[in-house]
Design a protein around this ligand. Structure first.
Ligand SMILES: C[S@@+](CC[C@H](N)C(=O)[O-])C[C@H]1O[C@@H](n2cnc3c(N)ncnc32)[C@H](O)[C@@H]1O
Length: 183
């Protein structure tokens, strides 16, 4: 099947993801107390678009490879990529396995689950997490508005937990239903 073109809004989102992860990985790979990092792309998509433009999971995989190439002391990183479409997960795997093979501190976790089931699993793991273990979730259900809405709680400084409108790609995962906004 021919890859689809990368839509402009997705290109913009991937740029933001890159900028955020660059800063995030720089911090967690140099502090003295992070001993493990889990990155999870919960709606990973096909991995690659037309004209060899990478989707979010391939971008994340490349950033991890660059991190481990540049910082021998960076902590081990696990990368979970998930999609309801098995073909997407398989496609992403073909792009990422060579990176895993080249870097012993990268571990891939392919997953083919409904995010509605995966998110509670991740959250319950997180509750038992050791302090030195860090997690970053990328949540991009664009085009599938019902699939994650009830599991994402937006947080802004000084503004507790409410949101309206489409689910965005940044937020805090929650096992509780999305709270209603005061009118
Ligand atoms: C907007 S695309 C993700 C694009 C991707 N982040 C990228 O940069 O290429 C949304 C993806 O969510 C997947 N999806 C839809 N409903 C889902 C669900 N309930 N659980 C997991 N994945 C789902 C779709 O198969 C689709 O690939």
């Amino acid at each position: 099947m021919n890859p689809k073109p990368l839509p402009p809004h997705s290109a913009a989102k991937i740029q933001l993801l890159r900028a955020y992860l660059e800063a995030y990985l720089a911090v967690v790979s140099r502090d003295t107390y992070t001993d493990r990092v889990l990155l999870a792309d919960l709606f990973c998509g096909p991995g690659m678009y037309a004209e060899h433009k990478p989707g979010s999971p391939v971008e994340i995989g490349r950033m991890l490879a660059a991190l481990h190439k540049g910082h021998a002391s960076a902590p081990p990183t696990e990368f979970l990529f998930n999609d309801l479409a098995a073909a997407n997960v398989a496609n992403v795997e073909t792009f990422l396995r060579p990176l895993e093979a080249a870097h012993r501190k990268i571990k891939l976790i392919p997953s083919n689950k409904d995010s509605a089931n995966l998110i509670p699993e991740l959250l319950s793991e997180q509750e038992n997490n050791a302090l030195g273990s860090k997690r970053f979730y990328f949540v991009d259900p664009f085009g599938y508005p019902d699939s994650a809405k009830s599991r994402i709680q937006h947080r802004r400084p000084g503004d507790d937990s409410c949101g309206r409108g489409p689910v965005s790609s940044s937020g805090t995962l929650t096992s509780r239903p999305f709270p209603a906004c005061p009118s």
